[in-house]
Design a protein around this ligand. Sequence first.
Ligand code: FES
Length: 189
Amino acid sequence: MSAQSQPQFPPVDLAATEAILARYAAEPKHLISVLQDLQLHYRYLPREALERVGAALGVPLAKVYGVATFYKAFSLTPRGEKILRVCTGTACHIRGAPLILSELQSRLKIAAGETTPDLRFSLEAVNCVGACALAPVVMENDTAHGNLSVTKVRRLVRSGAAGSRGRGSAELPRPDDSPAKKAEESEES
Ligand code: FES
């Protein structure tokens, strides 16, 4: 990560952690659900919050970190308000994904896997997101922006990617691969 792209760790308001913990019984089985809520609130899992959660649920800190680092949905570093996932699957690659990724890296001044210092954007290169007909595709959080060109990507960044769905954009159904769902399924089986 370049020095310029080091995101600031925002101050951690542990009142939010307490409010989340209050929604669940103090039992280890709620760890993943609590971590999901924390990730949603802070957009990452702050160390202070993880320590508090471990103590509250009676889960050793090493295990809390084990779960927090196992699932891709969790991040131990601050992530951007907008997470831009550039699909680099075959269809998108053929239709210009490398150019799209390069343009985003240049515009945001970060590499894939990094977050802008103002915590506005995170940039990721990902495998097929299941919208090949719209290739090349960039996911902005849960919204797919398709049929992208370098010009459209510039517009996407300029507009802050907020509420800027153009033609070829669509809300994709979320694959039900949440950590809690997986944990529930493995408990049932
Ligand atoms: S290869 Fe990009 S959506 Fe399938």
